[in-house]
Ligand binder design. Structure first.
Ligand code: RFL
Ligand code: PHB
Length: 389
């Protein structure tokens, strides 16, 4: 089989890239290790930056998002039960869209189906070859039969545990990492959200987040120990803990119900440098990870893809290599700003093992500063709604 760009992974990064390239007339093959249902069953991100929304519109997959997603013009911050609303519209004239990653993925899969391009699911043993020359290849096994795809470029969009980054010689790559000593325990429940907007809460017992997927479906998270097990958290125990961490009115308003999903996500900051190795590019979680506190992971996958699609379209359209040469530097400059913001949001909102009395006073001062200073509010709002591409 021959294609122009072989894409590894059918998460948001791979699907967005496939769609953007298809609109430029560039041929792609997408190889995904899991089944379609498995990919659609993963509950992850919920907040789209304004720029991500604009990108989805530009590639013609925004219709259902505008019909079913919820536009949010602010968030609530809560510190030891005291609340403060940040009004993004007033502070920076911007907004975000609450629309699940699962739904974005579903819309992109439907668009790919409609164009007839297809996705090769359950591709096993994917391996990358010869990306240091001009004729890279990707091999995989499907239903017991070995296949080879020859291509001009490989896009590694296969997430943090994928094969693409792991295929790069160790001496050619440098990684930067911080693993946080806690995780997020999340539940999904078919009950109306406790508030119209997201609530990010700091409490001496740990962080909590009240989010949503629709007017009838809520997503809640609490900070938990890194080694805790989902099985030890009954729904009742989860709700009791959540109530203790938010302000009393929110706790009273909470409508509980049986969880339809419950999982623990570890928290990590990670960046690989560079993001281009000859004819191989890394994008999305394959290239970098942020803790979810800033709601940046999916949005970074989208901005990486904007740059990569542009670079490849310049290569094929204008026969210019400037875009692919500049890809890594351009992406990393934006990525590190999102890393900084996500790390900072995490550090002010969570309880760390080393958070002593001094540390909590500093966290309190951050909250008071955000409450009292328009500049501080603008800084958070500008980052949360998304820095320019
Ligand atoms: P994905 O989504 O992990 O997709 C990678 C795909 O590659 C496949 N794959 C392979 N395919 C073939 N061969 C192999 N060897 C392969 N190895 C892996 C995988 O099966 C998968 O389908 O990466 P991608 O596309 O880069 O997308 C990144 C986002 O999924 C991620 O950044 C976000 O979900 C992060 N995130 C959030 N981001 C936001 O922007 N806003 C949020 O509100 C937000 N909340 C979250 C989050 C992530 C969370 N978890 C569980 C990590 C909340 C949580 C709890
Ligand atoms: C979510 O709804 O899953 C969500 C929202 C905001 C975050 C992280 C996750 O910062």
């Amino acid at each position: 089989m021959r294609t122009q760009v072989a894409i590894i992974g059918a998460g948001p990064a791979g699907l967005l890239l496939g769609r953007a390239l298809e609109l430029q007339g560039i041929d792609t093959v997408i190889l995904e290790r899991r089944s379609r249902d498995y990919v659609l069953g993963r509950i992850r991100a919920g907040v789209l930056e304004q720029g991500t929304v604009e990108f989805l519109d530009a590639i013609g997959v925004g219709a259902r998002m505008h019909a079913e997603g919820q536009v949010h013009t602010g968030v609530e911050l809560c510190f030891d039960g005291e609340s403060h609303r940040l009004d993004f519209a007033d502070l920076v004239g911007r907004k975000v869209m609450v629309y699940g990653q699962t739904e974005v993925t579903r819309d992109l899969m439907a668009a790919r189906d409609a164009s007839g391009a297809g996705i090769i699911y359950e591709a096993e043993g994917v391996s990358l070859h010869d990306f240091d020359g001009s004729a890279p290849k990707v091999r995989y096994v499907k239903d017991g039969v070995a296949h080879e795809v020859s291509c001009d470029f490989i896009a590694g969009c296969d997430g943090f545990h994928g094969v693409a980054r792991a295929s790069v010689p160790e001496a050619a790559i440098r990684t930067f990492e911080r693993v946080y000593p806690f995780g997020w325990l999340g539940i999904l429940v078919d009950r109306p959200p406790v508030a119209d907007e997201l609530i990010y809460a700091h409490h001496e017992r740990g962080f909590a987040l009240c989010s949503m997927r629709s007017p009838t479906r809520s997503r809640y998270y609490i900070q938990c120990g890194a080694d805790e097990r989902v099985a030890d958290w009954s729904d009742d125990r989860f709700y009791d803990e959540l109530r203790r961490r938010v302000d009393p009115e929110t706790a009273d308003r909470l409508v509980t119900g049986p969880s339809i999903e419950k999982s623990i996500a570890p928290l990590r900051s990670f960046v690989a440098e560079p993001l281009r190795f000859g004819r191989l590019f890394l994008a999305g979680d394959a290239a970098h990870i942020v803790p979810p506190t800033g709601a940046k992971g999916l949005n970074l996958a989208a901005s990486d893809v904007v740059y990569l699609a542009q670079a490849l379209s310049e290569f094929y359209g204008d026969r210019s290599e400037a875009g692919i040469d500049g890809y890594s530097e351009r992406v990393l400059r934006r990525v590190w700003k999102a890393e900084r913001f996500s790390w900072w949001m995490t550090s002010i909102l969570h309880i760390f093992p080393e958070t002593d009395a001094f540390g909590r006073r500093i966290q309190r001062a951050e909250f008071d500063y955000l409450k009292g200073s328009r500049a501080a509010g603008q800084s958070l709002a500008e980052n949360y709604t998304g820095l320019p591409f």
